[in-house]
Design a protein. Structure first.
Length: 253
């Protein structure tokens, strides 16, 4: 399948001071190797991935197609899908450019599970118990559910035809992600209240199927959270301390 690498993310002021670059994908983590290099190596290793499209202002990369970026992550995903010219029933893999520990086998395991789920949007969720065993010290945003505590990944398998046909609705949902009021209207106040209470005092009030159903109502398509044993799918490097950790880890220290 086609893979769309989202390489348009900008570094924070603190990251620019440490790394000297404005594009997160171009942060160097070892001698002559950027974060984007690690992503492309994993995609080349994957048995699930064919063509690779990189959306972002980055130098030419061998064996991939570069696509000029838009204004947002979602714009970039749609630009990548448009450039790929995908069919109506085609699945495509979205990958962020700041998860340098990702591997080909991790990609293949996620893709296999997501294809079985056969949803419009499949997103990896990683048990924090597993995450902390492999990447102790890396801070993550987590969600407490009846099934356990999870953190999200930075890849997604999407039904490309569905996304392109419903891009306006998906853009509205994406735009609402940082507004509690707008999310409340879209999710329903009862589900929003359940999410808030579950994080504070009672995780058993919220489970994966309930959350999937709520997100599905927002995007207008089927959604599945894929529990994965691969923390590398969600270990993004976007802070100065993350860069230091990644450089030491990749150097074998």
């Amino acid at each position: 399948m086609d893979a769309i690498v989202l390489a348009g993310g900008k570094t924070s002021r603190e990251m620019r001071i440490v790394t000297g670059v404005t594009n997160r994908a171009m942060v160097e983590l070892s001698a002559g190797r950027t974060m984007l290099d690690y992503i492309l190596a994993a995609l080349a290793e994957s048995k699930s991935v064919g063509r690779v499209f990189v959306v972002g202002d980055v130098p030419p990369q061998g064996g991939v197609t570069l696509v000029a970026p838009g204004e947002s992550l979602l714009d970039n995903l749609i630009l990548g899908l448009d450039a790929a010219g995908v069919g109506s029933e085609t699945s495509a893999l979205m990958v962020s450019s700041d998860i340098p520990f990702i591997t080909g086998p991790a990609i293949d395991d996620f893709v296999a599970a997501a294809l079985i789920a056969a949803a419009d949007f499949c997103y990896p969720i990683i048990p924090m118990e597993r995450y902390n065993r492999e990447f102790a010290g890396m801070k993550r945003t987590t969600l407490k559910l009846a099934e356990g505590e999870f953190t999200g990944g930075n890849v997604m398998l999407v039904n490309a035809g569905f996304l392109l046909a419903n891009r306006d609705a998906v853009k509205q949902a994406y735009a609402a992600r940082k507004s509690v009021l707008r999310l409340g209207r879209m999710l329903g106040l009862s589900l929003l209240a359940r999410i808030l209470v579950s994080q504070l005092i009672a995780p058993s009030l919220l489970n994966v199927p309930t959350l999937e159903a709520g997100v599905a109502r927002i995007v207008g398509g089927s959604v599945r959270g894929i529990v994965t044993p691969h923390p590398s799918l969600g270990t993004d490097v976007d802070k100065p301390e993350d860069v230091e950790f990644a450089r030491m880890r990749l150097a074998g220290n």
